[in-house]
Write a protein that binds this ligand. Sequence first.
Ligand code: EPU
Length: 426
Amino acid sequence: MKKIVINGGNKLQGKVRISGAKNAAVAILPAVILSDGVCRIENIPNIMDVNLMANILHQMGASVNRINKTTLEIDPTHITKPVANYELVRKMRASCYLLGALLGKFSQAEVALPGGCNFGVRPIDQHLKGFGVLGAEHSVVGGMIHVRAQHLTGGHVYLDVVSVGATVNIMLAAVKADGKTVIENAAKEPHIVDLANFLNSMGADVRGAGTDVIKINGVKHLNGTTYSIIPDQIEAGTYMAAAAATGGDVVLQNVISKHLESITAKLREMGVEIEEYDDCVHVRHQGRLRRCNVKTMPHPGFPTDMQPQITALLAAADGTSIVNEAVWDHRFRYIDELKRMGADISVDGKIAVVQGVERLNGAPVKATDLRAGAAMIIAALSAEGTTYIEDIEHIERGYEDIVEKLQGLGADIKVIYTEEPSVQTA
Ligand code: EPU
């Protein structure tokens, strides 16, 4: 079994380079299917979810060449069938973006029901509603979703909930549809804007991304392009939290500080010093963190994907904090793991009450999902003693070289392989 072992207590110090955004990459790679030429995508994070998406494209017939660690050149022109590999697709949530991309390209798609992190029901009713407005019908047969349109035509979609996935999927299906599509109550996350910029660099006509209303005029052809993915907002936030947790002094390079505003605001409330520059932020902290309340919201609110990491900080802050998870129904499963480290937290539905303890203690814990795993690392870095983290494949799905990057900042962290039985869950 593979585990991460951390001896807590070292202050993080130095510089760390933030990788390309996972959630932009997993939307942009399927979008390549829509192109009539070769696309060169730069600043791609070298992580499992992204490599899985590249493999799916390859299995569908695209030629995928890795130019270097962070650059892929993809020629999608040999994809002739609108069907994605069942076994690969089931492993990740973002594979549902293949539905929109294949529908946009071939007016039909067959894709397995997606997998991904498990924190409650993950419906796709809004995705299907959008496809329906564009003229596509859907059915589920043998675990596969089929969508098919006689003729894809633009239309007016109002999303009942703000959904990143539905916004992405409808954009993908609409860029080559006949006429104009309007998405109202659209998600505004930085990766939505990045996808729109990528599509426009191929010749699409997408306007308003980053606001509530996205307008798309369908075009007949999309050409090949060269495009560089934005830095990962959540990876940056995770290192900011890790620096704060250890009383460290860290410069994060390759960031867009505007994307970090909600995270920066909360960390400042907790007493962390943050200086913002053009493409880097400097994070410093000394002494105990102050309590604060956090409510997760769609962008520009505080991101749900930073909720576990900020809770790990609050677990050892001075005072009682309330964390309200307003996006997902069950994103507190990791709290039992934090409790193994001495955290004093009670959960009632979507609210966690966090009584800050003086210090967390190292313990054997599990990464119950990707961001929960990041929270365990942050808690362990600040804890007294040794923490063993199991199920680290969740962490590897979304953080490029996290162990090496933290070692570079002075953390006592390594990966070990053991034959020991698993720890019991609470
Ligand atoms: N929802 C619906 N119907 C739908 C779609 C969503 O009711 O058809 C609800 C969900 O149940 C949820 C809310 O809308 O309560 C938001 O879901 P959304 O569709 O925005 O989430 P997603 O697209 O499945 C992406 C990220 C997640 C991130 C959420 C929210 C990707 C690949 N995943 O998921 O990222 O938590 O947006 O910001 O972009 C992560 O990176 O760790 C991660 C889980």
